[in-house]
Design a protein around this ligand. Sequence first.
Ligand SMILES: *Cc1c(COP(=O)(O)O)cnc(C)c1O
Length: 403
Amino acid sequence: MTNENNIDAAALCDKYQMNTYVRKDTIVRGRGSRAMCPNGNQYLDFTSGISVVALGHAHPAVVEAIKTQAEQLVHSSNLFYTPTVGQLAEKLSKLGLGGKVFFSNSGAEANEAMIKLARLWGSANGGRYEIVCMRQSFHGRTLATLSATGQSKVQKGYDPLMPGFVFAEFNDLESVKAAVTDKTVGILFECVQGEGGVIPADPEFVQGIRALCDEKKLLMMCDEIQCGMGRTGKMFAFEHYGVRPDLCTMAKALGGGLPLGALLAAPEFSDVFTPGSHGSTFGGNPVACAAALAVLRVFEEEKVLDHVEQYGELFRKGLEQLVEKYDGLLAVRGKGLLLGLVFAEPRAAEMLEELRNGGMLACVAGPNVVRFLPPLTLSDKDLDEGLDMIQEALSILFDEEEA
Ligand SMILES: *Cc1c(COP(=O)(O)O)cnc(C)c1O
């Protein structure tokens, strides 16, 4: 085996990889909540690979499932049936919307499938194609999904954007109603906006959209790519609101670290796609599906959802105490273990740097929000240590100014 300590990953990536990411650290190994660097440094990882390795790094059940399936069959394509793929589709159907599933390799592709299905259904139902999307949303980086994303910073320079997306104000039902026309086919939103600032939807907003969709025969389309898969304490974030969408997408944590996305449909919309109307070479890769099955098994065996609810509350309380202590902090936002610490000023990047210096990795969600995505299996020790590191970073940020 090559010794990764002898490879200068940063030099290679910077020289030969296109310059789309800003990064500092090289990670060569992960175990549970820890991410390790080649020099022996390790971080408490509250990014979980952007909410992907939700059970922590190298969970034994996931590693075992990957190994076993890789020895059996890595890929055969969708020209053939595969057992793990069928089993996962059944599981997601029963956990989710009760209908059928389309597998992709990423979140953006799952959203592409959702947009295509909506258009296909709309073209047969009144020639409708327009989708109402939310400002501050995030749906991916392909041309269609970035056109559906309500953030000009990801769209800049890519004109002309894909037509057919109009924007409304998140958590403002009147603005959604005002955006609906006789061309509207669906309403697309996240129950907790992740990249847009860790902003949960209000119950009246989500329930109002459901009622509006029923009244006007529109598709309620939920992007559960970040807020789904147990991250908020329910398998799907929409479950917090007592309503069910017609379509939803998953990705990030679904494959236990392997690239896997899925579009789930309610039974009424499960046969809109027909042979040839959509497809993917890799989508529903057997190894990724085996990993996903292992993740879902661990969810049941280890009661992960209850754990998220309980530890989400503990983590939130710990962060709220810090908000009380520092005037420079405004609030804690989010649900379960998708939590954002909101700064009064755009200091999230600075905070991230202080956290890193102190041994913790976290994400941002806009200039004012530090976003924490710890493993869903967060232990008492990691929670305490994490809160101490956050306190320490804040004291460097704020106390030294006051002194
Ligand atoms: C990450 C994300 C996506 C895009 O997923 P990719 O796998 O990066 O294509 C879409 N929607 C939401 C809400 C996300 O958080």
